[in-house]
Design a protein around this ligand. Structure first.
Ligand code: DHB
Length: 391
């Protein structure tokens, strides 16, 4: 069996690429190890940058505008006070609260309607000859059937535990990794909103983030130890901790309700370079991960694919394989900017185990300097709403 492009992974990156290939009339197959249902019900990111929204709307996927919530700013909270960063006023942009599960649902529905060849519950078990004359993948489906699919190009959009990435020879692959001494305890709660926009809260007990999902369900996170056991936390303990982290002289309180899900999210920054080897390229979390603070991961994955689709036009029209390196050259700048932004926001807002008193006071001074300077607020607003693709 043969196709032009084999896309490994049907998350937002793989499906967006599928949509863009479809519009360019490029024959392709998408292979995904999980079921559509499993992806649709796994809570992931919540915030889309202005450019991500524009890209979806241009493809006719405008449910984000109709049903998502436009957020014109965020609140930074420290010393028990809110400090609003007004994106619209500062950079004329907004972000959208629109869960990744909905981005996935919209893309999957559209591609299915258009008759896309998406093979759910089909794992890629081996990458074949990606550096030779006959690239392809060996796959295995839920019934245990196996087969080979040959393609001119293989795209690994298969997430942080990418199979595709491991086909890159060790000696040619460079990986930069940074680990953080903290994680997030994430919960979905049934409760009304506590604030109109997201609240990024610094506190003596550690960071907390008040995000949202729907009018009846909210997404909240609080900093925890990477080895924290979610089962050690019942609803009462979770609410006491969250309330303590957002408490202040203004009397701000969170609206409480039953906790429906709890998970610990580890923090990790990683970048793999190069992102092409032979006829195999990586996109999204397969190529890089960022810590969640600042909501860059999903947006980076979408930006990768928008660049890749442009670069593929020339390559599919006959430019040589070296033309593919334009993708890595262009995506890398944005990836490293996002690494810096995510690491900066993380370090400014989180405490560390045994953090010296000096260091915490310095962080609060950094936050105060930032919010009291228009240049500082604009720097945050530019990064949060997203940079234009760098050419
Ligand atoms: C969400 C996650 C983030 O990392 C962030 O910075 C903002 C919002 C969320 O899941 O809603």
């Amino acid at each position: 069996e043969r196709t032009r492009v084999a896309v490994i992974g049907a998350g937002p990156a793989g499906l967006l690429l599928s949509q863009l290939l479809h519009e360019r009339g490029v024959d392709h197959v998408v292979l995904e190890s999980r079921s559509r249902e499993e992806i649709h019900t796994t809570h992931r990111a919540g915030i889309l940058e202005a450019g991500s929204v524009r890209a979806l709307v241009e493809l006719g996927l405008d449910r984000v505008i109709r049903e998502g919530d436009r957020h014109d700013g965020i609140d930074l909270r420290f010393d028990g006070e809110m400090h609003r960063i007004d994106f619209r006023e500062l950079v004329g942009e907004s972000v959208w609260l629109y869960p990744q599960t909905e981005v996935f649902a919209d893309l999957a529905a559209r591609r299915t309607e258009q008759g896309a060849d998406i093979r759910w519950q089909t794992s890629v078990v081996e990458i074949l000859d990606h550096d030779g004359a006959n690239p392809g993948v060996r796959w295995r489906d839920a019934e245990g059937r196996e087969g080979e699919l040959r393609a001119e190009l293989l795209v690994g959009a298969d997430g942080s535990r990418s199979i595709a990435r491991h086909a890159f020879p060790e000696q040619l692959r460079r990986t930069w990794v940074h680990e953080y001494p903290y994680a997030w305890f994430g919960v979905i709660v049934e409760a009304p909103r506590s604030a109109p926009e997201l609240v990024y809260a610094e506190s003596e007990r550690g960071f907390a983030l008040v995000s949202q999902r729907t009018p009846t369900h909210q997404r909240l996170y609080f900093q925890c130890d990477p080895d924290e056991d979610p089962d050690a936390w019942d609803d009462a303990r979770i609410w006491t901790e969250l309330q303590a982290r957002v408490a202040g002289p203004d009397g701000f309180r969170l609206a409480e309700g039953p906790v429906e899900e709890k998970t610990v999210l580890r923090f990790r920054s990683s970048v793999v370079e190069p992102v092409r080897h032979g006829r195999l390229v990586l996109a999204g979390d397969a190529a890089h991960t960022v810590p969640p603070t600042g909501a860059k991961g999903l947006n980076l994955a979408l930006a990768d694919v928008l660049i890749l689709a442009e670069v593929l036009e020339g390559w599919l029209a006959g430019a040589g394989d070296d033309a593919l390196d334009e993708y890595g050259r262009r995506s890398s700048r944005r990836v490293w900017r996002a690494q810096n932004f995510s690491a900066w926001m993380s370090r400014m807002l989180h405490t560390t185990p045994d953090e010296p008193g000096f260091e915490r006071r310095r962080r609060i001074a950094e936050l105060r300097t930032l919010v009291e300077s228009e240049a500082g607020r604009r720097y945050l607003a530019e990064g949060y709403t997203g940079w234009e693709n760098v050419r």
